[in-house]
Design a protein around this ligand. Structure first.
Ligand code: ADP
Ligand code: MG
Length: 288
């Protein structure tokens, strides 16, 4: 077989030839109910995907399926050429709604370090030679630098702001140098300035490391400039495309099967009108 090559430039072969995540006709059942089905999604290295949709639509479920934490009821998910499986070090994961109370005295740096040695943290590791310990410390520092947390990484995490804690949790997910970053509502509970700040940091990391980003968000607006494509989860279905393709009156009305209006404010903000806030469950018609 001959190789496809470019005759016009010496540019490297586009990475788009090999998707980092391939979701094919996938479905998940939970509690006897189909959460979503017929999901098709191909993610390229370095891509920044926003996962959007109402509460309960199945956004977290989609991340967990890619992480191999949930079985599929149909289809397949391939991550870096292998079936999705639990404990994949190629994926850095920040689960939903994690924050630290004010009385948590663990230093930020130790939280980041947890990403490297997980369950072993806090236990003496006599076999950990100097060299390995040095390498680990270097990786931790690099992750801290990537998220711009060097100034406060040695303070107790409970004393830090929500945005600072979130940056350190992202650093924890980065410490294994993952090819994929799966972030479940990392901007939740941050003020607008911090949402844009953290989103900018994630975009920058993706550019520097080539990691693909799957970021679950409530609002597209703070991340609009960072996003390559959106994955819109609603009504048991998923629509995938650029924001211009997916966040439109036509596409969302079709996805929700109800009239939705998408407006563009003069400052570029997207306003979605008529979107059901809570996903309607399978027995909702019997309520009220
Ligand atoms: P989102 O992240 O979009 O808010 P989730 O993915 O967390 O939604 O949940 C999707 C749906 O699956 C919700 O209706 C939720 O109640 C349901 N669900 C989540 N986990 C389970 C489970 N372990 N058993 C049964 N239902 C579940
Ligand atoms: Mg969720």
């Amino acid at each position: 077989m001959h190789e496809v090559s470019s005759t016009t430039s010496s540019a490297p072969v586009p990475e788009s030839l090999s998707p980092i995540i391939e979701v094919e006709d996938a479905a998940v059942n939970l509690g006897g109910r189909t959460i979503w089905q017929q999901v098709q999604l191909s993610v390229q290295p370095g891509e920044f995907l926003a996962i959007l949709g109402p509460n309960g639509a199945g956004k977290s479920t989609l991340l967990k399926a890619i992480l191999g934490l949930l079985p599929l009821s149909a289809g397949s998910i391939t991550v870096l050429g292998h079936p999705a499986k639990r404990g994949n070090a190629s994926i850095g994961y920040v689960p939903q709604r994690r924050h630290f109370e004010a009385d948590v005295h663990i230093r930020g740096r130790s939280i980041v370090r947890l990403g490297l040695d997980g369950g072993n943290w806090g236990l003496p590791l006599p076999f950990l030679q100097r060299r390995k310990a040095h390498d680990a410390a270097t990786r931790v520092q690099q992750a801290i630098d990537l998220v711009g947390a060097a100034a406060y990484a040695d303070r107790p995490i409970g004393e830090l702001s929500g945005g600072e804690q979130q940056r350190l949790l992202i650093a924890q997910a980065l410490v294994t140098r993952p090819r994929i970053l799966a972030l479940d509502e990392p901007l939740d509970s941050l003020d607008l300035r911090n949402q844009q700040g953290v989103a900018g940091v994630i975009r920058q990391i993706s550019r520097e490391t080539g990691a693909a980003v799957l970021l679950v968000a409530h609002d597209i607006n703070p991340i609009l400039s960072a996003v390559d494509r959106v994955v819109y989860v609603a009504q048991g279905q998923v629509a995938v495309g650029t924001p211009e393709e997916v966040i439109t009156t036509e596409a969302l009305s079709h996805l929700y099967n109800t009239p939705i209006e998408v407006l563009r404010a003069s400052d570029g903000r997207i306003v979605v009108v008529g979107q059901p806030e809570e996903e309607i469950s399978y027995h909702a018609h019997s309520v009220r």
